[in-house]
Design a protein around this ligand. Structure first.
Ligand SMILES: NC(=O)c1ccc[n+]([C@@H]2O[C@H](COP(=O)([O-])OP(=O)(O)OC[C@H]3O[C@@H](n4cnc5c(N)ncnc54)[C@H](O)[C@@H]3O)[C@@H](O)[C@H]2O)c1
Ligand SMILES: O=C(O)C1=N[C@H](C(=O)O)CCC1
Length: 247
């Protein structure tokens, strides 16, 4: 039995996670915490693993507090920078037995979309990303889009592929979107959506599109539960759920 505490338990993802953990035979929910609660309360409640679905401004401090408290952490909150990941990596050297999983997207389709787009990207001249989310989301572009762009850029750099062609010389209003690691990313916020991403790739005469859709937050739960079950067996920092999967 794995004892689990959820941070951000009153939020959309936190509440869904509380329900999923409660419904799993091999997991026990020992604490459902939200803003104003200390992470140390999770340890006092007997948690072995904390799950963080909070806000970008709080998640790094929560992870450091979890490490201090001797807890494994499974993190879905977005907004992580390379510097913040580096600080967690450094902190974990003091507690080498602990695992921290930071996954921008736990939906299995999204994990596959990130993996497949990196595999395909060197074979296409042009690559762009469109991410589409509910309008209550606070960060843009999405963590998933950032991770997707980084994977695509690394794969293209390793293969020596040139930048996507683009003759745009006038874009006073930023219509070409954000550029992350050299990849254009467009963010849509629309009532009715949950979480969606389309990766578009083009060559002369052909287009290849990878699309992943989360219509409901239950789509993230198999990945979250996989993370909770495996985090103790993966000491150190892992970024991306694919680090726990054979793909
Ligand atoms: N990795 C994934 O698969 C995945 C999926 C969906 C959402 N997300 C991300 O998860 C995060 C949460 O999304 P959401 O839609 O549930 O947001 P939300 O706004 O519904 O919930 C956030 C909750 O965190 C609480 N909170 C704020 N500061 C806190 C703190 N210091 N300690 C504890 N709780 C705190 C808030 O009170 C709120 O209840 C976002 O960053 C979102 O992008 C990731
Ligand atoms: O609803 C959100 O917010 C989501 N955030 C993650 C992201 O930024 O990629 C994952 C999908 C849902």
């Amino acid at each position: 039995m794995i004892s689990v505490a959820v941070l951000g338990a009153s939020g959309r993802m936190g509440a869904t996670t509380v329900h999923a953990v409660d419904s799993a035979d091999d997991l026990t929910l020992v604490a459902a915490l939200d803003a104003g609660d200390e992470v140390a309360m999770a340890a006092r409640a007997g948690a072995q693993v904390v799950v963080d679905f909070t806000v970008p401004s709080a998640t790094e401090a929560n992870v450091h507090a979890a490490i201090e408290a001797g807890l494994h952490a499974v993190v879905g909150t977005t907004g992580w920078t390379a510097d913040a990941l580096g600080r967690v990596d450094e902190h974990l050297k003091e507690r080498p037995e602990l695992g921290v999983l930071i996954a921008p997207n736990f939906a299995l389709g999204a994990v596959l979309a990130m993996k497949l787009s990196a595999a395909a990207a060197p074979y296409f001249e042009s690559v762009e990303i469109v991410e589409l989310h509910h309008p209550d989301k606070v960060d843009a572009p999405s963590g998933t889009a950032r991770h997707t762009a980084a994977g695509i850029a690394a794969a293209r750099a390793a293969a020596g592929v040139a930048s996507s062609p683009d003759a745009t010389s006038q874009d006073p209003d930023g219509a070409r979107g954000a550029v992350l690691d050299g990849v254009h990313v467009h963010a849509v916020r629309l009532r009715g959506l949950v979480a969606h991403e389309e990766i578009l790739m083009g060559n002369p005469g052909e287009q290849f599109t990878i699309r992943t859709d989360s219509f409901d937050r239950v789509s993230f739960m198999p990945g979250v539960l996989l993370g909770i079950r495996k985090v103790a067996a993966h000491p150190g920092l892992t970024v991306g759920l694919d680090g726990y999967m054979t793909l």
